[in-house]
Design a protein around this ligand. Structure first.
Ligand code: ADP
Ligand code: ADP
Ligand code: SF4
Length: 603
């Protein structure tokens, strides 16, 4: 008996009519006549009366795991809970369903961050804190009761919040994670969507700060992902509520837009004593924005634990180190580390392309791009940085030959595999069918190790492309790009909607792939930590977005970071304990010192 393990059966996957109950036939307790795996009967999903149920009292736990191996549909998870976990769950969705341990603590006048993987219960926690769902404290058979929840949290920082919530004194506004879905729910102009949110009379200010004015009279379904993200932020922050929940603020935004969003959230929280809860995977921005931090860990889809609040500095440090001090909990075998000093600029391979100075204009009064000539090498990962609308895709199109420069000429036409920023793979086709249509290597042990595993594709292979979440779609799109046979792999914002672990895994997949194939990758991204971990060299774009841009030649990391960050006016200091880069508060002593000495990143 092992009551310290949980059994989770995914009822969307359990299909007994197709498997002949392999799990039940092989379960050791069942074979000795015990009722460990039984049939659900009336409890099952409609139409599937014979789905299984696992008794957590009888089950032998993770070390057995025979049913997990036997199930052909990956429907079962048996997981030993960490022994450090002393409390009972705050909520369990039902028998053999997801369990959440712990709740985040909203604080008036302060920004609380949440850092952790997707599928770990963050939205569940927010449903509870928004009063939309009464947590059942794991007793899913009983009617849930707020007084019992309050009893559990009496004497903690959450008590005050919960009392107000129960009295009906808390109003909530939330920004959804996947802004791409907004046009499916709202039909009309940007102005119409925003006007109904203007509860504090601050909408004009937000519209200007977030540079939304130029698109106010456009239809919601005609604006870009970056514009949608800013409209969604404005619509949420314009409301007059006590508790704001922002689920990812950075996807599709460039760095200065990320900094602006962070500043507005802090301002609104401080000025009105409002509680902000922010889920964010761009660690540099989360570090700048949050006052306190909860880390979430566990097993996505099975159970999630929300830690007690930590200082943001310690929280991020512990998270990166892979070990949570107070919880005495290892969440990853290795630490994620950053180079404190710029790597020596070593170009590894043969030149892939040498290109001259070039110029391209889309016409009189339209956007124009100047390209300063340079060389790109085989086996290198070139980070590409610069604001949105500065000509990065325009240059990519010149490399593929899709676009002719007005001046200058590239004499090699490169085969480019391209992952666009906005991914539209909404076909009713399964992931495995889609990927095997791209490469003959699909399913080979090599492809599995280099691509499927680091991008966590195994569990979604049988799903349809149009059922995938944003993060799943991103992983499939990165895999599809790397699976093509090309000279140059161009990935535009691969970090969007990936959690931190997935960003690190995707980074190493891209790096390994280029090294093993003498290929070249150009990666456009706005997550500085990801750019730092990925890049051998940097290509910096500057200028005036939507008007004119200049592409500087690829250069070493130190010079590249200095050029890029000087243009933005942002400096990074190093954490004393871990050496991790941290954004300086604008105008702080360190910020001014570093600007004077011209060392923006590797100070
Ligand atoms: P996150 O916000 O961290 O991505 P969620 O809170 O949305 O995670 O979901 C955590 C887990 O809970 C998921 O595995 C999800 O499938 C499961 N879950 C969510 N809602 C329900 C529900 N109503 N019944 C059963 N399981 C659910
Ligand atoms: P980035 O990739 O850096 O976001 P792009 O190269 O996509 O930038 O675009 C740079 C600018 O050129 C944008 O203002 C965009 O609207 C404009 N642009 C892109 N394609 C065209 C086109 N075919 N005609 C006119 N303007 C264009
Ligand atoms: Fe049975 Fe538990 Fe073993 Fe699965 S893990 S076969 S339910 S004892």
């Amino acid at each position: 008996m092992s009551s310290d393990s949980i059994a989770v059966v995914d009822l969307d996957r359990c299909q007994p009519d197709r498997c002949n109950y392999e799990c039940q036939n092989f379960c050791p307790p069942n074979r000795t006549g015990k009722e460990c795996i039984t049939l659900r009967g009336d409890d099952a999903q409609e139409g599937d009366p014979d789905q299984i149920h696992i008794s957590e009292e009888i089950c032998l736990g993770e070390s057995c795991g025979i049913c997990v191996e036997k199930c052909p549909f990956d429907a079962i998870e048996i997981i030993n809970l960490p022994s450090e976990l002393e409390q009972e769950p705050v909520h369990r969705y039902g028998d053999n369903a997801f369990a959440l341990y712990g709740l985040p603590t909203p604080e008036p006048g302060s920004v609380t961050g949440i850092l952790g993987p997707n599928g770990i219960g963050k939205s569940t926690a927010v449903h509870a804190l928004a009063g939309e769902m009464t947590p059942n404290l794991g007793e899913y058979e009983d009617e849930p009761d707020w007084d019992a929840v309050l009893d559990r949290y009496r004497g903690t920082q959450l008590q005050n919040y919960l009392e107000q919530l129960i009295d009906g004194d808390i109003e909530v506004a939330r920004k959804p994670q996947y802004v791409d879905q907004i046009p499916k729910q709202f039909d009309g102009k940007v102005r119409e969507l925003l006007e109904r949110t203007d509860e504090r009379g601050e909408l004009d200010y937000l519209v200007d700060e977030l540079s939304i004015r130029p698109v106010l009279d456009q239809d919601i379904d005609s604006i870009s992902g970056g514009e949608l993200q800013r409209v969604a932020l404005a619509a949420t922050l314009a409301r007059d509520v006590d508790f704001y929940f922002l689920d990812e603020i950075t996807p599709y935004l460039d760095i200065s837009q990320r900094m602006t969003a962070a500043r507005l959230i802090e301002e609104i929280s401080e000025a009105g004593d409002r509680s902000m809860l922010v889920v964010e995977h761009d660690l540099a921005i989360l570090d700048l924005l949050a006052d306190t931090l909860h880390i979430t860990y566990g097993e996505p889809g099975a159970y999630g634990v929300v830690t007690d609040p930590k200082s943001v500095r310690n929280g991020v440090n512990e998270y990166l180190s892979g070990y949570l001090d107070n919880e005495n909990m290892r969440i990853r075998p290795e630490a994620i580390t950053f180079e404190e000093h710029a790597p020596r600029s070593a170009t590894k391979g043969q030149p892939l392309v040498e290109y001259p100075d070039m110029h391209k204009s889309y016409g009189e009064g339209e956007f124009s791009l100047d390209v300063e000539g340079g060389t790109i090498y085989e086996s290198e990962v070139l980070g590409v940085v610069g604001p949105n609308g500065i000509g990065k895709s325009t240059l990519a199109k010149m490399f593929t030959g899709a676009l002719e420069p007005d001046e200058g000429e590239i004499d090699t036409e490169l085969d480019i595999a391209y992952k666009p920023q906005y991914i539209e793979i909404d076909q009713p086709m399964r992931v495995d069918a889609f990927l095997s249509s791209i490469t003959d290597e699909f399913g080979s042990s090599y492809w599995n190790t280099e691509i499927a595993q680091p991008l966590q594709l195994e569990s979604i292979m049988e799903q349809n492309l149009d059922d995938l979440s944003g993060g799943e779609r991103q992983r499939v799109a990165i895999a599809a790009c790397l699976s093509e046979d090309a000279d140059l792999y161009l990935l535009d914002e691969p970090s969007a909607h990936l959690d931190v672990e997935q960003r690190v895994q995707a980074t190493s997949a891209i790096r390994r792939y280029t090294e093993n194939h003498d290929a070249t990758a150009m990666v456009i991204d706005h997550d500085i930590y990801m750019i730092d971990l990925l890049s051998d060299r940097l290509m910096v774009f500057d200028g005036e977005p939507a008007d004119h841009g200049t592409a500087r030649p690829p250069q070493g990391m130190r010079d590249g970071m200095n050029d890029f960050l000087a243009d933005l006016g942002i400096t990074f200091r190093r954490d004393e304990r871990t050496g991790r880069p941290r954004i300086n508060k604008p105008g702080s002593q360190k910020d001014r010192e570093q600007k004077r000495s011209g060392e923006y990143y590797y100070s």
